[in-house]
Write a protein that binds this ligand. Structure first.
Ligand code: STX
Length: 347
């Protein structure tokens, strides 16, 4: 990894009960605590045939003449989230959202054929051209941060700004932490439900054991594995464990797409040749204005990866939320994401 002279600057804030209570910098604290914009419907939506039998759903929200931004969802496979529309001021942004191959409203649902990182990167370019967009701000959390980095490093000239959250670089250590040993120590209760699906003699490699079930022709086996896989992620995504949100992750259509597509990507190491590819490629994009938002208690995508990214990208504005887990809907994370979308309107 490269070393740079410029010192990394970072901010860490706490948001106890929705109020900003402390900050590591002397900078004036933001007066407004940002919360999601009001729910809204798209002004345009449709399907785009991207080849290999896939048709991807897209929609546009906000002001048709506004500043253009692209929302990149997580998982991979976690599409269809309508609340994602609400991170951007609809009076000033033209926000494009899409469901990645096999995810959300895209068809065929949960399909793994012709489904790789590099297909998704090309789909984003097809969508940009279809919508006659010259360049756009790219916003992605978790796997959305991975894909946004891969896209920006492939097509840096069309990315105006990057907003990245809950950094995930899809390296062996990150997969091992969440699906084999690590997060298990913080959530032993939820972990028990996760490993219960797999016989003891297969537990030495849970990712492979789950993948085998998720590609099974037995619908019952597939659904049981998908629910447990997806609910593990739901259970661990919030600082405050919430059984209702966990249950939502078990909804069959959502769980099957998320679990099948995630295991397919993880078994294949995200289709990266070198697991440090995205860190090594920072030189291609470090001139692009960027905000990195990370919850200190993110158990799904631990802060190690955000830290390493920020260290090799000192120009990026790195914001640690001192009391948040993984989800974009953690109050402090939502606040930082919206202050980022708002700040890029002023420039
Ligand atoms: N997957 C991390 C990720 O990208 C290991 C992610 N976590 N939760 C989500 O995505 C959704 C809420 C989009 C399902």
């Amino acid at each position: 990894m490269h070393r740079y002279d410029r010192k990394l600057t970072l901010i860490e804030r706490h948001y106890n009960a929705g109020k900003i209570v402390s900050s590591t910098t002397k900078q004036p604290m933001s007066i407004t605590h940002h919360t999601l914009f009001a729910p809204l419907e798209p002004f345009d939506y449709g399907y785009l045939d991207v080849g290999d039998g896939h048709s991807i759903y897209y929609e546009q929200c906000g002001n048709p003449n506004g500043k253009v931004a692209l929302f990149v969802h997580g998982g991979p496979g976690g599409g269809g989230d309508i609340a994602a529309r609400r991170f951007f001021n609809p009076s000033h942004y033209r926000l494009v959202l899409f469901d990645q191959r096999g995810a959300g409203r895209s068809t065929p649902r949960a399909s793994l054929e012709g489904n790789t990182t590099w297909h998704l990167v090309e789909d984003m370019e097809l969508l940009r051209n279809k919508l006659n967009i010259k360049e756009w701000l790219v916003f992605g959390g978790s796997w959305g941060s991975t894909l946004s980095l891969a896209y920006a490093q492939t097509y840096p000239e069309v990315v105006t700004e990057l907003i990245l959250r809950g950094i995930f670089l899809l390296r062996e250590q990150e997969i091992h932490w969440f699906y084999q040993s690590g997060a298990s120590e913080l959530y032993p209760d939820q972990w028990e439900l996760f490993i219960e699906q797999i016989p003891v003699n297969e537990r030495h490699d849970l990712l492979s054991a789950y993948y085998r079930r998720l590609i099974s022709d037995d619908a019952k086996v597939k659904l049981a594995a998908a629910k447990a896989w997806s609910m593990w992620e739901g259970a661990t995504s919030f600082l405050h464990f919430d059984p209702n949100r966990t249950k939502q992750f078990g909804a069959p259509d959502f769980a099957i797409a998320l679990a099948r597509i995630e295991t397919h990507y993880f078994i294949n190491h995200g289709f990266f040749v070198d697991e440090n590819q995205l860190l090594k490629g920072i030189g291609l994009i470090r001139h692009i204005p960027a905000v990195i938002v990370q919850g200190r208690y993110d158990v799904v995508c631990p802060m190690r990866s955000a830290w390493e990214l920020a260290k090799c990208w000192p120009e990026a504005d790195f914001r640690i939320v001192g009391d948040a887990g993984h989800s974009a809907y953690e109050p402090g994370i939502t606040h930082e994401l919206i202050s980022a979308t708002e700040s890029f309107l002023k420039q």
